[in-house]
Design a protein. Sequence first.
Length: 399
Amino acid sequence: MTMPAAAAAALPALAARAREVAASPVREILALTARPEVISFAGGLPAPELFDAAGIRAAYDRVLAERAATVLQYSTTEGDPALRAAVAGRLTRRGLATGAGDILVTGGSQQGLSLLATVLLEPGDVVLVESPTYLAALQCFGFAGARVVPVPTDEDGVRPDALEELVLRERPKLLYLIPDFQNPTGRTLPAERRRAVAEVAGRHGLWIAEDDPYGELRFEGDRLPWISSYEAAADRTVLLGSFSKVMAPGMRLGWLRAPEALLRPCVIAKQAADLHTSTVDQAAAARYLADSDLDAHLLRVRTAYRARRDALLAGLPAALPAGSTWNRPEGGMFLWVRLPAGHDATALLPAAITHDVAYVPGAPFYAADADPATLRMSFTTHTPDEIAEGLRRLTLAFG
Ligand code: PMP
């Protein structure tokens, strides 16, 4: 017997945080750049032809041939011991003494950010960020219900004097920084500011999230110390790392290095989120680090990115309206352009797409007071010739 259909009741509402965190307004426009004829400076992607696919495949083959029963099984939340040891060894060799026990393997550094938000942030807590900053970090803090406040920032990143003032006024719980080749600006925080930031955090008792997915992509100049390495903030700085830009983002592997007081809660939060990061992916990454020469691979990547950055810098003066300014990052994947006052990079984007070229407007990267004349250009995914052609098209769009 069939039952009479009951009137369908209304569904309960989504959580407020799901209604309030907006999708990026330029997402739909940028979806149009997937056409193969578009030369895109928009994406934040590593160059796919530079992935060491053969080396990574050999690593997967080997762990599956030798240890299938282990690498296809559930594993610990903290992560593969060999991978944690390899990360700790790399950090220690670069001057940041780290034990394998200080490392939690994550599903990309994005998960590291979301674990931090879970264990640290109550709705209404203040998070300080650079202005502008990484869009998905803004979304992550937004989902936690945090109040995100931008720190006054200049061409060298956050201004420590302004930071201290803001800390006294806002009593933030967390400061989120990308000190090397920042996304979206490509800026690098000078060493003396890193020290000053660590001292402000030490004096006023806030946590620092030091997000460093791009540090290994330095192709000029000297490597700078991590904020985590300054004594003043050693017990309150979490370093977030990623294999996305050094190995492959599709593997979704990252890590965080945190003081014990924060590492344990992050492990428990990760257990609740996904139990652990893929066992086989972690094992393959550890095998890759042991069997392949990551530094030789990174040298190839950096050499290519440097030539691509140079092609972009060479073509920009002719491509942009007179009076535009931009920076010259010593590494990473992006540079930052400011069009002359009165120009609106979002309004100009459809014209660029009509000419089969794309960039990302800067506005969505600001937590507040967006500068509409700014835009981000990535130099990683096209050859120097394609970059030159892309810039010719941009001239037409801006003409
Ligand atoms: N932080 C920053 C600043 C990024 O630019 C990105 C990705 N582009 C991430 C974190 C996330 O990286 P992952 O692939 O390791 O999750």
